[in-house]
Design a binder for this molecule. Structure first.
Ligand SMILES: NC(=O)c1ccc[n+]([C@@H]2O[C@H](COP(=O)([O-])OP(=O)(O)OC[C@H]3O[C@@H](n4cnc5c(N)ncnc54)[C@H](OP(=O)(O)O)[C@@H]3O)[C@@H](O)[C@H]2O)c1
Length: 293
């Protein structure tokens, strides 16, 4: 098998692991990092360390970039000839910043593929790892078998901002879910109940929310969002808005931080005030689409 040469730009926690995984998959790998001295273990594994960004770019047609943000890419590659290069950037930034990065690459006769990687360093290349990719599909397809060393390649569309939009949508669910669990653990903890006693109930609820759970709420509410109709027959938004005030009171009474429960109560109250009180929980999405001025 003929392995494609790859240059990895950025040797932080993520980039180092990516280079390691690409080397292990048999790709001739060149590495470069703004601060030198981070490549010793990669050189030992067979990587070539380029002394300059220009030499790193010259070494491969495919550049895998993992840095703090997109400004780092533009800083690092300023003045470097990028003609004909394929830049696959797995760094985080805002969707508009990715779109700007796409134009920046085009102006330099290069192609940018944007990506949002959904695993931390130890997960890179492991079963279940995946990334969202956006940009020109035909260019991505040429390099898909190489990029699959990092995990599954999920193409989400031409718009370069889409990879981050998916990534951020997923992070939002991840952070909001776990942060709400932390608040709940603190709430029961205020009465001497351990997080371990609460955990099985939370675990069951998360399974139930998922598509295959007995209640399948996620599936039901997704259908409602897509139809734009939110059934409140059994549990109206107004009733839940009142309930969210009770949750807020519970945190206040326990002497805990109320940032999250107050935000939830405010979200419910605004949706109720917008006239969705007799609809269901999913009507919150309508309020989100009409942000307060
Ligand atoms: N860690 C995770 O679990 C994870 C998961 C998914 C996505 N991400 C995303 O992956 C990206 C990298 O994360 P990381 O954990 O590897 O970060 P990190 O360990 O902090 O490494 C940051 C890298 O960016 C480089 N850098 C920063 N500013 C630069 C600049 N102006 N010019 C050139 N290079 C610059 C650093 O170079 P120096 O060594 O010279 O400082 C370093 O190589 C981030 O966008 C992050 O959001 C991380």
């Amino acid at each position: 098998m003929n392995h494609e040469a790859v240059t990895v730009i950025g040797l932080g926690a993520m980039g180092s692991k990516m280079a390691e995984v690409l080397l292990a998959a048999g790709h001739p790998t060149t590495v470069w990092n703004r601060t030198p001295g981070r490549a010793a273990h990669l050189i030992a594994a067979g990587a070539a360390e380029a002394p300059t960004a220009a030499e790193a770019v010259a070494a491969s047609n495919l550049l895998v970039i993992s840095q703090l943000d997109y400004a780092a890419m533009e800083d690092s590659l300023q003045g470097v000839d990028l003609t004909g290069k394929v830049l696959v950037n797995l760094s985080s930034d805002s969707p508009d910043r990715l779109r700007q990065g796409g134009r920046w690459a085009t102006e330099r006769a290069a192609t940018l593929i944007t990506a949002g990687i959904m695993v931390p360093p130890p997960g890179i290349g492991q079963p279940g790892a995946y990334s969202f990719y956006s940009g020109p599909r035909e260019v991505l397809e040429v390099h898909t078998s190489t990029l699959e060393a990092l995990g599954r390649v999920d193409y989400v569309g031409t718009d370069p901002g889409l990879a981050m939009l998916y990534y951020q949508a997923m992070l939002n669910v991840f952070w909001a879910t776990l942060t709400s669990y932390f608040y709940s653990a603190a709430l029961v903890g205020s009465a001497g109940v351990s997080a371990g006693e609460l955990r099985p109930y939370v675990a069951t609820m998360l399974v139930d929310l998922a598509e295959n759970g007995p209640m399948g709420f996620l599936k039901i509410l997704t259908a409602e969002i897509e139809a734009g109709h939110y059934s409140g027959d059994q549990n109206s938004l107004h009733m839940q808005a009142v309930g969210s005030e009770h949750v807020l009171q519970a945190f206040t009474q326990a002497g805990l931080d109320t940032t999250l429960p107050a935000a939830l109560a405010a979200i419910f109250a605004r949706t109720d005030a917008d006239g969705h009180g007799q609809e269901g929980l999913g009507s919150i999405v309508e309020m989100i689409r009409k942000p307060a001025a």
